[in-house]
Each structure stands twice: as structure tokens, then as C-alpha cells.
Design a protein around this ligand. Structure first.
Ligand SMILES: *Cc1c(COP(=O)(O)O)cnc(C)c1O
Length: 466
């Protein structure tokens, strides 16, 4: 399988090179040159597979012949054995025609474990085969960081530098990162917001000399292997609720657009999906785009759902490329407009193609708390603020009352205990297996939000470790 950049000016690469590269050299994002398709019969055979075996089958379509089935299957079992629930991604019915898919049974209690534990396996496999070392840099608004840390801690061929915005991640999220003391893990607290952190990571990748000096790789949601791994649970949910013979719809609380884009990929592969509902908090660049066709960044305002406090939805570039008929020049133009003025618009044609499948709604913090409270009082189900946004957006935007709607529950409520308490007066307690982080010693490396300062820090720490 060959991959191409959305900006059309980077070399085409195979799967393993795309995994290591993360971002393409031209600043674009990699996509397969053509979408693999799965027949209805093959999907029916997938209905009875375990989660890890299903992941193997889905991923094989993207790996091509670069990793054999048995090796991939061993990696999938190693990744998904770390989930506490036997179904890995269980479905819970909330009300008539509305299900919740719980994606928080992994080690860091959020859905990013699905992609990152698999990505850690892939990195180790490819790097040990090639006898190479990589420095991974990433930016997190919360959940990516701890999931990446869990995925690569203790690996021999990887050193990880994770940037987080100081004071803008919850205590639990911060402690999940800073209480990991493996020598290959560095937590950098940056005096800025998430978009500053993400801009620093992008700038490091765009610095060709630094990039090759350090052997930089990314595990942010731009990495293709993360998208590919997330495709799996869309199949799991749909095949459980009547697919491939009946359509389902999905509601996804989204920031970077990575999660919901994975659903769109499942649809490209042939899975019947009727509608994607995207939920945002008051940082609602995606919801505004989906009603207007204009992508306009505003200042980020902290919310009760911090993992979606984002005004730059990196993975949207992939959908833009597709909806434009794979016109890389048009993507370059839109992205340079966005980099320059924080805005771009799409043609009415492109917008029509996108709105055919995607709708969006945004929720204020008050509306988020109200959804959490009403769900709890009606059903006794305690939901986290991100997932509550997906559920409420689903109710607002669903086209058809007949098609089953699956709202993705992206985090365990105990990761956001203040919101849970405010909404329901319940204290959401951390599962026993992660409670030790509340008292463990924290280790953080504070750095100013300047490219030179961050690069110097990374050079120094890497030299000290080597
Ligand atoms: C990361 C995250 C999101 C947003 O996911 P994207 O892929 O950026 O759209 C939503 N909810 C939680 C809990 C998250 O950690």
C-alpha cells in the first residue's frame, strides 16, 4: 500500500515509513493513494472476531505486505490485552436507538489508548528491525500525552518528549503523565496554550536540520497509523448493531477531527454509515465550519472538556483533500490561507460533499453539565463532559430516528471529577488500577514557549540519555 501527502510535494511512502514519518516533509498528511474496500461477505465474517483479531484484519488492509498477518496479530493482542473490559470497546444502550460505545477501558481511561498502544507496537517492530532510534515529540491538551507515554514507556528505540500547556490540563491528566519516570519519557510543561504546543511541534518538524539530527517522529493524531487503528471500533460498533446489512450513524466529540475522520475511512472501505455528528464545546471551529463552510480560528477559551480546547483541527486537512477531489494545490492554498489569516473557505461544491455526511453542533459548558445531569437522573449513567457533548449533539443533529446512533464515549468520568461532581453531585472515582497516580511523585521539565528553547532542551536531554 502506497501513501501520498495531502500537499502533493513529498515523496510517496509505504506503510512503515509513513508510521515513522508522522507529518509529511511538505507539511501535509499522508493518505493511501486509493482506499481499500471490504466486501459485504468479508464484513459478515468479521462479526464474530475478537477485538484484536478484527484490528488485525482491518489494519492488514493498510499495512499491505510490509508486516505479515501473524506478526500484526501478535502486536494487536499485546496492545488490546491492556484493556480491562473483555469486549475492549463495549456498547451500552442509553435509550431507544441510542448507544454509547465505551472507549475508556484502556490504561489511561481515554480512547486514545486504542491508537497509541498499537502505534507503540508498530514503532518498536519497525525500529528494532531497522536498528534505528527515534525521538518522538508530541503536543497534548490532555489525553494524548498520557496515552503516548503509556504506549512507549520503557521502549529501547524511542525517546519521548511530550509538550503540554502549563495549568491547562486537569490534575488527573497531568499526573497520568508526570508520574511515569521511565528514562525515555520527558514531560515538558510549556507556558502557553495547546495550539502553542502544537505550533512548536510543527515548527520542529519543519526545521529539516533539527528533524534529521534528532530523528524526529510524531505520535499526534496526524500519524496515519493512529487513524487506521481507530477505524477498527467503527467496524466493531456497526457490525454489532446490524452492519453491514443495516446502516448506523455515529456521534463523535471532536477537536482535531482525527477520531471522526477514522469513521469516514471505515465508510470509504464500504461500511454503511449514514451520518457523522461532530460535537464541539465553545471552541467550536468545526461546528461553525459544518454550518457555514468557513473555517475561522478564534482564541481558545478553556472549557470543561479540555481535550477539545482546540482551534486548529489538523486532521480536517485529510477530509479537505478528499472533498476537493484530491487536489493538493487547493489544499496548499487553503492551508497557507489558514496559516496566514487563521481562515479559509471551501467552494459550495466541496461544502455540499462534506455536509452530505457530516453535521456539527456545539455545546456551552452549561449545556454540557445539563446533558450530564439529565442522563444521570434518567439512567443512572455517569458520563464525562466530552462524551456528553457527543450525546447531546447526536440528539440535536440526527437525520433519521430509525438508524441506530452510536455516540463515542471518549473518556472515563473520573478523569474529569470536578465536572462530574458539578453536574450530578456524584464523585467519580478512579478505577483501582490507576489510583496510585494520585500520590506518586511528579516529574516535569518547564520550558518557555519558544522554538529555540524547546530545541535546546531536547538536545540537552537526549545527549544526557545517550
Ligand atoms: C482527544 C480527545 C477528544 C478529541 O479527539 P480528536 O481526535 O482530537 O477529535 C475527545 N475526547 C477526549 C476525551 C479526548 O481525549
Amino acid at each position: 500500500m502506497i501513501y501520498t501527502s495531502t500537499r502533493g510535494e513529498a515523496p510517496d511512502l509505504g506503510f512503515c515509513d509513513v508510521v515513522l514519518a508522522g507529518l509529511a516533509q511538505d507539511g501535509g498528511l499522508y493518505l493511501p493513494t486509493s482506499w481499500p474496500t471490504v466486501s459485504t461477505d468479508e464484513m459478515r465474517r468479521w462479526q464474530s472476531l475478537s477485538y484484536a483479531d478484527l484490528a488485525t484484519e482491518v489494519l492488514l488492509h493498510f499495512v499491505g505486505d510490509e508486516i505479515d498477518r501473524d506478526t500484526l496479530n501478535r502486536m494487536a493482542h499485546a496492545a488490546y490485552a491492556q484493556f480491562e473490559h473483555p469486549a475492549v470497546a463495549p456498547l451500552v444502550q442509553l435509550e431507544d436507538r441510542l448507544w454509547l460505545m465505551e472507549l475508556f477501558h484502556g490504561p489511561t481511561l481515554a480512547f486514545k489508548d486504542f491508537a497509541l498502544l498499537m502505534l507503540g507496537q508498530l514503532f518498536e517492530h519497525v525500529l528494532s528491525k531497522r536498528q534505528e532510534h527515534r525521538v518522538i515529540v508530541g503536543a497534548t491538551s490532555g489525553d494524548t500525552g498520557s496515552a503516548a507515554i503509556e504506549a512507549v514507556r520503557g521502549l529501547e528505540h524511542v525517546t519521548l518528549f511530550m509538550l503540554h500547556p502549563r495549568g491547562r490540563v486537569s490534575d488527573v491528566q497531568r499526573r497520568q503523565m508526570t508520574t511515569v519516570h521511565d528514562a525515555n519519557i520527558h514531560n515538558l510543561s510549556i507556558d502557553g496554550d495547546f495550539d502553542d504546543c502544537q505550533a512548536l511541534v510543527k515548527a520542529m518538524f519543519n526545521d529539516a536540520a533539527f528533524r534529521s539530527e534528532m530523528g524526529l517522529s510524531a505520535v499526534n493524531s496526524i500519524n496515519w497509523a493512529r487513524i487506521a487503528s481507530q477505524v477498527v471500533y467503527y467496524f466493531r460498533a456497526a457490525l454489532t448493531l446490524g452492519g453491514p446489512d443495516k446502516p448506523v450513524s455515529f456521534a463523535v466529540p471532536s477537536g482535531n477531527f482525527g477520531n471522526v475522520f477514522a469513521g469516514w475511512v471505515a465508510r470509504q472501505m464500504g461500511l454503511p454509515i449514514e451520518q457523522f455528528v461532530v460535537g464541539s464545546n465553545h471552541n467550536d471551529i468545526l461546528a461553525r465550519f459544518l454550518t457555514s463552510g468557513d473555517m475561522v480560528a478564534e482564541a481558545v477559551q478553556p472549557s470543561l472538556s479540555p481535550s477539545m480546547d482546540i482551534q486548529v483541527s489538523s486532521n480536517f486537512e485529510r477530509l479537505l483533500f478528499e472533498a476537493n477531489g484530491r487536489d493538493a494545490a487547493a489544499v496548499r492554498e487553503a492551508m497557507s490561507g489558514f496559516a496566514g489569516n487563521g481562515a479559509f473557505s471551501v467552494s459550495s461544491d466541496t461544502f455540499a460533499k462534506i455536509s452530505e455526511h457530516f453535521s456539527g453542533a456545539s455545546l456551552s459548558d452549561e449545556a454540557t453539565l445539563a446533558e450530564m445531569a439529565s442522563l444521570f437522573s434518567r439512567t443512572g449513567y455517569l458520563i464525562d463532559p466530552h462524551s456528553a457533548i457527543g450525546v447531546a449533539a447526536a440528539r440535536q443533529c440526527r437525520h433519521s430516528g430509525d438508524t441506530p446512533m452510536v455516540a463515542l464515549a471518549t473518556a472515563h468520568p473520573a478523569k474529569f471529577p470536578d465536572a462530574a461532581h458539578q453536574a450530578t453531585a456524584q464523585s467519580a472515582t478512579l478505577p483501582e488500577r490507576v489510583r496510585h497516580i494520585l500520590t506518586a511523585e511528579e516529574r516535569v521539565e518547564p520550558v518557555t514557549a519558544q522554538l529555540e528553547a524547546v530545541q535546546a532542551h531536547i538536545r540537552r536531554m537526549r545527549a544526557g540519555q545517550a
